[in-house]
Design a protein around this ligand. Structure first.
Ligand SMILES: [Zn+2]
Length: 265
């Protein structure tokens, strides 16, 4: 299991919260004031916070920032400093959130990668352990490799799932799946573009397990080389060529076979 929850360093504790303002409404109802609290990499917008939930969100968000950039090998790149802070809009209730974001009723949070923003509401279920690190990882990864770069859905989702608090469970599930007829081979996994349509649990578990395989077997230096290649080669090359060039796989079938062997270990 991953342990993403480390104790807050004294330095970080000093930074949270560093400021407190009253601001006009970013969206939604008129005449109500939103407030903002900031930390080193985040600004959280909210209306009132009698139980100090905002402090908990900022503290967790900073911890995930550290763990995600460390785990993905992005530590040396400074994301989200100063004016580029990541925004978290905390709507007062689910009803306000649904009205403000036009999301489906089951949604507990939504990320806008280009605007570097996460929308959710107070005490949304699983937000602090799952949604927050998941969506933050989407934002960081896409900010690095580029928003327009075409990639298989399993790569975007696998990276995001692997950074959830209990991200290790996905690989554990994939290790069970690989022994069954439900297992989706890598070439078929690559064809999936909408996870909701076809066994989402299988899709997310296997996607995270591919990323876990790459990280465990080849290390984060290779991963960062791969991300750099995606970023620097603009949109000219197919993503598959970088798996061949940087990881040394003969082709995607070879990569799929090595991944399967890892799951059987
Ligand atoms: Zn996702």
């Amino acid at each position: 299991m991953h342990c993403l929850h480390r104790s807050l360093s004294p330095f970080l504790a000093l930074l949270i919260p560093i400021s407190f303002f009253l601001l006009p409404v970013p969206s939604g109802e008129a005449n109500e004031l939103w407030q903002v609290k900031k930390s080193a990499h985040f600004k959280v917008y909210y209306k009132s916070d009698p139980e100090h939930y905002v402090d908990e969100v900022l503290e967790k968000a900073e911890k995930y920032y550290d763990s995600i950039t460390e785990n993905l090998g992005f530590r040396r790149f400074n994301f989200w400093t100063w004016d580029n802070a990541c925004t978290i809009n905390l709507y007062p209730s689910r009803e306000d959130y649904l009205a403000g974001t036009k999301q489906p009723h089951w949604s507990g949070g939504i990320a806008n990668v280009r605007k570097r923003r996460i929308d959710t509401f107070f005490y949304a279920k699983s937000f602090l352990d799952t949604t927050l690190p998941h969506e933050m990882t989407h934002l960081i990864f896409r900010e690095f490799v580029g928003y327009d770069r075409r990639l298989p859905l399993w790569l975007d989702e696998g990276i995001a799932c692997s950074q959830e608090k209990d991200g290790g469970q996905y690989t554990a599930i994939a290790r069970v799946l690989v022994k069954t007829s439900m297992f989706i081979h890598l070439d078929k996994l690559t064809e999936i573009t909408k996870p909701g349509l076809f066994m989402p649990e299988v899709f997310y578990s296997e996607s995270a397990a591919v990323v876990e395989f790459l990280m465990q077997e080849y290390g984060k230096e290779k991963f960062i080389d791969f991300c750099r290649a995606l970023r620097d080669n603009k949109l000219n090359n197919d993503w598959r060529t970088f798996f061949m060039e940087i990881y040394g796989f003969r082709d995607m079938t070879d990569m799929g076979e090595r991944w399967k062997a890892y799951l059987f270990k």
